[in-house]
Design a binder for this molecule. Structure first.
Ligand code: ZN
Length: 119
């Protein structure tokens, strides 16, 4: 992709998403009862705490996966800008509107459907 402005805009979008995700991950970590300062004594509370811990853990993993995709897209813009916006599966140009909505997209819409991934 030759469009430097578009790359710059995409990078900005990715950076904004990254900041937001990092903050969300920090907030989730702060909510985790197993990491909190309060000591849990009651058994029932402990069970709730474990459940809550697992829910937060799953949520954190989703956010971390998303963060990795964003970081991969950012390093692509920095290291191999010509490859940014090119579908990793078929090599076609990814629709620009799609990249504006999902700046971390690695596949074009067709391949995304075929591969059945999200993003
Ligand atoms: Zn494709």
């Amino acid at each position: 992709m030759e469009d430097k402005n578009f790359l710059k805009e995409s990078r900005k979008r990715l950076l904004a998403s990254k900041k937001k995700l990092v903050k969300q991950i920090e907030e989730l970590a702060a909510q985790d009862p197993s990491k909190g300062p309060d000591k849990i004594t009651e058994f029932s509370e402990e069970a709730d705490a474990v459940e809550e811990h697992e829910r937060l853990h799953d949520e954190t993993r989703l956010l971390e996966n998303h963060l990795e995709e964003i970081q991969a897209a950012m390093s692509k813009i920095e290291k191999t800008p010509a490859k940014y916006g090119i579908c990793e599966n078929c090599g076609e140009q990814i629709d620009r509107a799609r990249l504006e909505a999902y700046p971390h997209a690695r596949y074009c819409l067709n391949c995304e459907k075929k591969l059945g991934t999200q993003g």
